[in-house]
Design a protein around this ligand. Structure first.
Ligand code: C5P
Length: 221
């Protein structure tokens, strides 16, 4: 277990983050949120005036931000050029822009390198869209976490607070748009990898999903 990599992929609203953190905490493993790194890259592009719809401009800037991820499951951190990015990467502006940035191959190459450096000798739960297919294809446990679009939209909507608050219909449309972009891109399209185990969380609560994943880890590691 000390060197294991647990790969958890899935669309937004599948419950990936809270479940991944809980599994890591229960097993005494580290935790890496790769989505936060794509968001951090996107935030840097937006704050530095890079046109995110110009792939060449995004590619040219992709090696500039210094992105550092802290891997404690009970308090993961992320900094960009030394600044705390935890809040800014969750804004609506970043959420709307991230799929365009993450489709740029140079961005992916850079971040996959950083992710592999963090994974190092293992002992970590890694969540994202391409962990089982690209980042850690040799991981002994690969889970594809999903749920119906309605259930995912309801969960995502419940997380939004203050000025972010919107209708479930708007959240659902936004989620569907992002899923289509992420699974339709040319490089590392989001989706279920070969050898991954499908876990549909539509009818399950968080504890049930965590227990199920702990059983899968016990079985495969
Ligand atoms: O997981 P989260 O929803 O925060 O991810 C934000 C975005 O980052 C995704 O919509 C996707 O465009 C991108 N992403 C990716 N590959 C990953 C993780 C996230 O392309 N491994």
């Amino acid at each position: 277990l000390a060197t294991a990599v647990v790969a958890i992929d899935g669309p937004s609203g599948s419950g990936k983050s809270s479940v991944s953190r809980a599994v890591a905490a229960r097993l005494g493993l580290r935790y890496l949120d790769t989505g936060a790194m794509y968001r951090a890259m996107t935030w840097w592009m937006l704050t530095n005036g890079v046109d995110i719809h110009d792939p060449a401009a995004v590619a040219a800037a992709s090696d500039k931000p210094q992105i550092v991820s802290g891997t404690a499951p009970d308090g993961p951190t992320i900094t960009v050029d030394g600044r705390d990015a935890a809040g800014p990467i969750r804004t609506d502006e970043v959420t709307k822009a991230v799929s365009a940035v993450s489709a740029v191959p140079e961005v992916r190459t850079r971040l996959v390198d950083l992710q592999r450096a963090v994974i190092g000798a293992g002992g970590i739960v890694v969540e994202g869209r391409d962990i089982a297919s690209v980042v850690a294809p040799d991981a002994p446990v690969k889970v594809y976490l999903t749920a119906s679009e309605a259930a995912r939209a309801a969960r995502r909507n419940a997380e939004l607070t203050g000025t972010q608050a919107t209708s479930v219909e708007d959240t659902r449309a936004d989620l569907a748009r992002r899923d289509a972009l992420d699974s339709g891109r040319a490089v590392a399209p989001a989706g279920m990898a070969e050898g991954a185990i499908l876990v549909d969380t539509t009818e399950l609560n968080r504890e049930q999903v965590v227990d199920h994943l702990l059983a899968l880890v016990a079985e495969h590691v």
